[in-house]
Design a protein around this ligand. Structure first.
Ligand SMILES: Cc1cc2nc3c(=O)[nH]c(=O)nc-3n(C[C@H](O)[C@H](O)[C@H](O)COP(=O)(O)OP(=O)(O)OC[C@H]3O[C@@H](n4cnc5c(N)ncnc54)[C@H](O)[C@@H]3O)c2cc1C
Length: 516
């Protein structure tokens, strides 16, 4: 990439700095693409998207295990500005979502901004010229004024530490790194974990394997999935914008109403527990299995899993649920804590993702050389999941506490992108060259957020991937999503330090405010 001298659209006119690009967007999943499209539509063409893989799509490019699908209806799990009247199912499979993202990238002409096989490994804030110097895995560097990072909250597979795992002589892979070259027919297979991915893949592989052992630590709450093919009439109706809009609104409010139980009154979720129990009783023949597969924590505390075919897989003679913990893995077998040894040819790790490790192994050095993972030693924290005190001009999409346990994160991504476009506008209006959230504002925001978290279902005592090693929920938004949209709708200058702006001191004098 050639370094050019660019006019900074965010800086006072005439300000010139040596930059490769004005804005560096990281990741080409839903988040990075949303940012790229917004910049393109606003005519802010000086941006580059770097993507460590060879194609766009993020989650939906990586996760190709059999049965992989979203668990939010596609009318909501898609961009509001790019509806897809072609969805074939209410909950489409991975391939269709991946195709949708490629279609969107082409429709808005942003593919030409994406640099594939470009992995960010380190970035450093240069305080003198107020630029970010980003180092890629291939040794090259990109200098930019801003970084907008859509790394993905579920993009780094979590490989468990199990004694002997590395000694296993058969095939072993994580659900997010599916091996389609291995034929599972007639094989003895172990699936470790019973989270969302395992629940989707177990019914697909169960009929073809010789033996399937499903190792369960904690059962999930499983609800019926209202998944059905979209009829030709429904598809045709979706071509009419007002009808498509109404369907999206109705779906949003139906799903959002669940947030009352999640964030305000967890006892309200007892009703859904009744539905889940009935679903289990209808689908599971064995009383022993019903007992073993019934959670003892409140529904919603861990992610709810919608599925119509998970329980029935356990009625097959070749499928066995193992609830004893794993003591050890040997060259050709798994030994449980009771000493029972089961011979297996393949191990599939359905063990989820590293969600609370911050950005490790990536290094982000902000003002004063402070490293972000260091700043997050006691838990990830940001301001509305987007800005981080001490890291000017560095923004996250779906950062701390902005993932959801009940609705589509695409809604959050769009709100964050709109918010960032307002931040850029603020910079232009004030003539500032850099912006960073004030530390006291961020601290007050997170103290409020964690107080709010105490009353949510996620704090009712279960162990989940929403919580970090200290038991703190640093992943989810603890209120209604419309509260979030409203709060980030405005960018309040008094919450930020505007560097290089003539009015900086006046702005800083105002007290912190509740909203973005
Ligand atoms: C199996 C599965 C099912 C899911 N189902 C749902 C659902 O139904 N509803 C829902 O709301 N959410 C769901 N999610 C969560 C899902 O991750 C988000 O909905 C959404 O895809 C996040 O988009 P993103 O762009 O933030 O992240 P991703 O889609 O993960 O994209 C991040 C991109 O950044 C790239 N990247 C990461 N680090 C670097 C780096 N250092 N340098 C360069 N590039 C980098 C990655 O390669 C990736 O392409 C699901 C997740 C999984 C794994």
């Amino acid at each position: 990439m050639n370094t050019r001298v660019l006019d900074s659209p965010a800086a006072p006119s005439g300000t010139q700095v040596r930059l490769d690009t004005e804005i560096l967007v990281v990741g080409a999943g839903f988040a990075g693409l949303a940012m790229a499209i917004s910049l393109e539509r606003a005519g802010m063409g000086s941006f580059v998207v770097i993507e460590r893989a060879a194609d766009l799509g993020g989650t939906w490019r990586e996760n190709r295990y059999p049965g992989c699908a979203c668990d939010i209806p596609s009318v909501l799990y898609s961009f509001s500005f790019a509806r897809n009247p072609k969805w074939t199912r209410s909950y489409p499979l991975q391939q269709e979502i991946w195709d949708y993202l490629r279609f969107v990238a082409d429709k808005f002409n942003v593919r030409r901004h994406i640099r594939f096989d470009a992995e960010m490994v380190e970035t450093r804030w240069d305080e003198a010229d107020m630029t970010w110097h980003t180092q890629l895995a291939d040794g090259s560097t990109i200098v930019s004024r801003f970084i907008v990072a859509g790394f993905g909250p579920l993009s780094n597979p979590d490989v468990p530490r199990i004694a002997g795992l590395e000694t296993f002589k058969g095939e072993c892979w994580h659900s997010a790194q599916w091996r389609s070259d291995v034929d599972l027919r007639g094989k003895r297979v172990a699936v470790i974990g019973t989270g969302a991915s395992a629940v989707q893949l177990v019914p697909r592989i169960a009929p073809e394997v010789a033996k399937l052992y499903v190792f369960q630590r904690t059962p999930g709450w499983i609800l019926p999935k209202p998944d059905y093919p979209i009829s030709p009439v429904q598809k045709w109706l979706r071509n009419f914008k007002p009808i498509a809009w109404l369907e999206r609104q109705a779906t949003y409010w139906m799903i959002e109403s669940r947030a009352y139980g999640f964030t305000v009154n967890p006892n309200a979720l007892k009703l859904a527990e009744g539905i889940a129990r009935k679903h289990r009783d209808r689908q599971l023949q064995s009383a022993e299995l019903r007992a073993k597969m019934t959670p003892t924590y409140r529904l919603g505390c861990k992610r709810i899993i919608p599925s119509n075919d998970y329980y029935p897989a356990f009625n097959l003679p070749q499928v066995e649920l193992v609830t004893e913990g794993i003591a050890e893995i040997r060259e050709h077998s798994i030994v449980d804590e009771r000493g029972t040894e089961r011979e297996v040819d393949v191990i599939i790790l359905g063990t989820g993702f590293r969600t609370t490790d911050g950005l490790t192994p990536l290094k982000v050095y902000g003002a004063g050389g402070r490293e972000l993972n260091d700043a997050w030693r006691d838990g990830m924290a940001a301001f509305y999941g987007v800005s981080i005190a001490g890291f000017p001009n560095f923004f996250l999409l779906l950062g701390p506490n902005t993932a959801l346990g009940h609705n589509s994160v695409v809604l959050m991504i769009e709100a964050q992108v709109r918010h960032l476009m307002r931040v850029f506008k603020l910079l232009r209006a004030t003539g500032a060259r850099a912006v960073g959230v004030r530390e006291d504002v961020q601290d007050a925001f997170n103290a409020r957020l964690q107080r709010k978290m105490r009353g949510t279902v996620w704090s009712t005592g279960c162990k989940s991937w929403y919580l970090d090693k200290n038991g703190k929920n640093t992943t989810l938004w603890p209120e209604f999503t419309f509260d979030y949209f409203r709060k980030v709708e405005r960018v309040r200058p008094e919450n930020y330090t505007l560097i290089g702006a003539p009015a900086t001191s006046a702005v800083r004098a105002a007290g912190p405010r509740g909203n973005g």
